[in-house]
Design a protein around this ligand. Structure first.
Ligand SMILES: NC(=O)c1ccc[n+]([C@@H]2O[C@H](COP(=O)([O-])OP(=O)(O)OC[C@H]3O[C@@H](n4cnc5c(N)ncnc54)[C@H](OP(=O)(O)O)[C@@H]3O)[C@@H](O)[C@H]2O)c1
Length: 181
């Protein structure tokens, strides 16, 4: 994998390790999240903080999101890979449309909760976007089940991106009725 500019939406929370892994393997990683302090914490984790481009924008504000994304691509070049943790599909669609104006072929890994494995909203992305879903499940234990840890989530996403998998499940989504409360 050798991308020049990649994007992580929601990359300062449980996807922090994914943002850092991408920064270690790519020229530039733009990371979207609202809180400056979380971006600063992420910078402290990075081997080379200059590889991280903080985008402190609320993805519910679609026009601001588009402006910031265009600013990032003006500075760092077309985005060719994106990892997205956002439940707000209009933001995913806006991001996809803007990236497609710069990149005629790019990949989007859309990270989703387990419910969406069974029942998802419609999402429209341009043909130039190679769209992949990654579902976050849970872990069955001897006496029940538990949610994934942040490390398990990040490691599972990294494996899916490395293997370019579509429909990957981190942990399990079966039996769904046994998921943790
Ligand atoms: N199957 C599972 O095991 C599973 C699945 C999902 C969640 N979880 C658990 O649930 C916890 C909470 O999930 P979470 O969604 O809060 O995850 P999170 O990754 O801790 O935080 C969400 C990320 O998205 C950013 N973000 C949130 N709202 C945003 C907005 N409007 N605009 C731009 N960026 C935004 C956050 O930064 P800012 O807040 O600074 O904007 C942060 O980077 C997780 O810590 C995880 O343990 C478990």
């Amino acid at each position: 994998m050798n991308e020049n500019h990649v994007l992580v939406i929601g990359g300062t929370g449980m996807l922090s390790k994914v943002s850092i892994w991408l920064a270690d393997h790519h020229a530039q990683v733009s990371v979207i999240g609202r809180t400056q302090e979380k971006h600063s914490d992420l910078m402290k984790m990075a081997g080379d903080p200059a590889r991280l481009n903080n985008i402190a924008v609320d993805y519910y504000n679609l026009d601001a999101l588009e402006t910031e994304l265009k600013r990032a691509m003006d500075k760092h070049g077309p985005i060719t890979l994106a990892v997205c943790w956002s439940p707000f599909y209009p933001a995913v669609e806006r991001i996809s449309r803007v990236i497609t104006e710069w990149s005629d072929r790019w990949r989007l890994y859309h990270v989703k909760g387990s419910r969406r494995y069974f029942e998802d909203e419609p999402l429209s992305v341009p043909a130039s976007c190679q769209y992949r879903s990654i579902y976050l499940g849970f872990v069955m234990t001897g006496n029940g089940s538990r949610w994934l840890t942040h490390a398990e989530i990040a490691d599972g996403i990294i494996e899916s991106v490395k293997n370019d998998e579509d429909g990957a499940v981190v942990g399990t989504v079966h039996p769904y009725e046994k998921r943790p409360c």
